[in-house]
Design a protein around this ligand. Structure first.
Ligand code: GTR
Length: 329
């Protein structure tokens, strides 16, 4: 063999030997699935998309994130189940459906537990917020790692008639999130609470299976519920933050460095979502009004008093935690 042939043969052999290696590298590229019930551009979705870009950059493309918005992977119940199985890595869910699993979380699900959104922000940003995320991760039944909080504003009742006081809700079926605490809250407010998945709500409103629902302005607009409900009554009965959870099953396969990276960018996403949230609330309020939605003031004190039994019933187990929340200034 000539020297050139020898060299060529050597190169070819080296390339052949490297092929499986290259394949191995290719296989190491990981795509995490993330899901949300809201569309692209919604603050929680956007914050997670941006977080994914940071992860991709920090890992040199080794890990990237694919977002499945708008209930493509089902409602929150389905998202939680998929994350528990490791079929989905990141799920952005409300505290609402997690209350029945991690009891302390139900404190956040109590009507009028927070004085206002600023109070809720102080609580989730401080030691109580950290502790509750820790409880979610430590509870073996969740099979989830809780990474951060996100803002979801204040929930108000919407329907086709003004609701100013508890008597106005008489006989009205109002959709609530799947957690007994919410159904009882609506019943105490004077209506008939109906537990239902978010994914069934639009058609339930359209067909009259329910007379109304309750949520924040960005959700109302993003889900087109203003097409079927024309009056937004500012009851302000619930201020419930959201949580970003990660599949524990996938988490356990990650290096310590990747876990740390994930925690860091998730914390940044908490702050980032808040800015996007405030902007979106202002924008959607304006758009809802422009589209003809009627905003109605209510007798908040009457709703506060009417829901006292719910705070007593569900809060009695968590007196110390509630005191700490009240003391958060
Ligand atoms: C929205 C929240 C969703 C979902 C929904 C609901 O505000 O962003 O995660 O919980 O409410 O009412 O089910």
């Amino acid at each position: 063999m000539k020297r050139r042939d020898v060299l060529q043969a050597g190169v070819a052999a080296a390339l052949a030997a490297a092929a499986p290696l290259r394949n191995a590298f290719a296989q190491q590229k990981t795509v995490w699935k993330a899901a949300d019930v809201h569309p692209l551009g919604y603050p929680t979705v956007e914050a997670v998309v941006r977080m994914g870009k940071k992860i991709e950059t920090a890992t040199g493309g080794r890990i990237s994130l694919q977002m499945y918005p708008l209930m493509q992977l089902g409602g929150e119940k389905e998202m939680i189940e998929q994350a528990q199985l490791g079929a989905l890595q990141l799920a952005r869910i409300s505290v609402g459906p997690m209350g029945p699993v991690v009891d302390e979380l139900n404190v956040f699900n109590l009507p009028f537990i927070f004085r206002d959104e600023g109070h809720m922000r102080k609580v989730i940003d401080g030691p109580i917020g950290d502790e509750l995320l820790g409880h979610i991760s430590a509870n073996p039944n969740t099979r989830l790692v809780a990474l951060c909080w996100m803002d979801a504003g204040t929930r108000n009742v919407y329907s086709n008639k003004p609701v100013r006081a508890p008597a106005d809700l008489k006989g009205m079926k109002i959709r609530m999130m799947g957690n007994p605490i919410f159904v009882e809250t609506m019943n105490a407010m004077g209506g008939n609470g109906v537990a239902m998945g978010f994914d069934q709500l639009f058609s339930a409103l359209q067909t009259g299976v329910v007379d109304g629902a309750e949520n924040n302005p960005p959700t109302l607009l993003a889900q087109n519920h203003n097409q079927v409900s024309k009056v937004y009554s500012l009851t302000g009965h619930l201020i419930i933050p959201e949580i970003l959870v990660f599949s524990k099953r996938t988490w356990d396969t990650l290096s310590r460095a990747d876990q740390d990276l994930l925690r860091k960018v998730a914390r940044e996403a908490q702050t980032e979502e808040r800015g996007l949230w405030d902007k979106m609330v202002a924008e959607s309020t304006q758009k809802l009004k422009a589209a003809g939605m009627q905003f109605v003031d209510t007798d908040k004190k009457a709703f506060y008093e009417a829901t006292r039994p719910i705070r007593e019933k569900y809060g009695s187990k968590h007196v110390a935690l509630i005191k700490r929340i009240e003391d958060t200034k």
